[in-house]
Design a protein. Structure first.
Length: 236
């Protein structure tokens, strides 16, 4: 997620920025139901400040279908960045004024725009079908809206700007639900949160929290060892 709101001259041919569930594969039905019914406090204890505040932003939670079945698109931030260096994340970033109303289609446009800027994704191949409640990242003062998409017509993706992104990759949902790939990540400051050890990466923090809650409320979660701890420098 681009937390610096950098200017860019990337093309802005937005995909369809309305939400529709028409024609989705049936395996996404539990995610559609979860998005429609989940409460903010069921996703995180960090909720947007009452009365406003925080920088409005959005991430694209993009489901595709790969060789190993359903998968999610992730990216790994460049190791040289000031914030969240080397951390896997969903594509996303701050809303720009031209994205429009933060309470309306603004997060949808921002999620697609940032995904295009960061991964080269063609937003015309993405069908947006749901939005999760906005959450808060206190350390960066971001109010983040997770936007759910179906990669109806996959396009090539990869690193657009090596200064921002180290790699772009997909993770099979089967790997995310595999108990062998799950643990609790321990932050140097002591707090802990769900993590996934997939594609030679440790997915933790906000991104892992959202994935964990989607798996849980979609009924895809398998029992895993919540006593297993991994440090944030796992694998390095």
């Amino acid at each position: 997620m681009d937390t610096h709101g950098r200017g860019t001259s990337a093309p802005h041919h937005h995909g369809r920025t309305t939400l529709t569930t028409d024609g989705l594969p049936s395996w996404l039905d539990p995610v559609v139901r979860a998005a429609a019914t989940v409460r903010p406090d069921q996703l995180s204890r960090f909720l947007p400040p009452e009365g406003g505040g925080g920088r409005q932003s959005a991430v694209l939670v993009l489901f595709g279908e790969g060789e190993q079945g359903p998968e999610l698109l992730l990216m790994e931030r460049a190791g040289s960045l000031r914030s969240h260096a080397g951390q896997p994340s969903f594509p996303g970033g701050a809303l720009d004024p031209e994205d429009g109303d933060p309470q309306g289609e603004g997060p949808l446009r921002a999620a697609l725009r940032e995904a295009e800027e960061e991964t080269g994704l063609d937003p015309r191949g993405v069908q947006l079908f749901g939005v999760l409640p906005s959450l808060f990242i206190p350390v960066s003062d971001f109010v983040v809206t997770p936007v759910l998409g179906w990669w109806r017509a996959p396009s090539p993706v990869g690193v657009v700007d090596p200064a921002e992104t180290a790699r772009v990759f997909t993770v099979p949902v089967a790997d995310l639900t595999d108990p062998a790939n799950r643990a609790m990540a321990v932050h140097p400051r002591g707090h802990q949160g769900p993590a996934f050890l997939v594609e030679s990466a440790l997915v933790w923090g906000f991104t892992a929290g959202v994935i964990d809650r989607i798996l849980h409320f979609a009924g895809w979660e398998r029992p895993w060892d919540r006593d297993r701890r991994v440090p944030l420098d796992w694998g390095s």
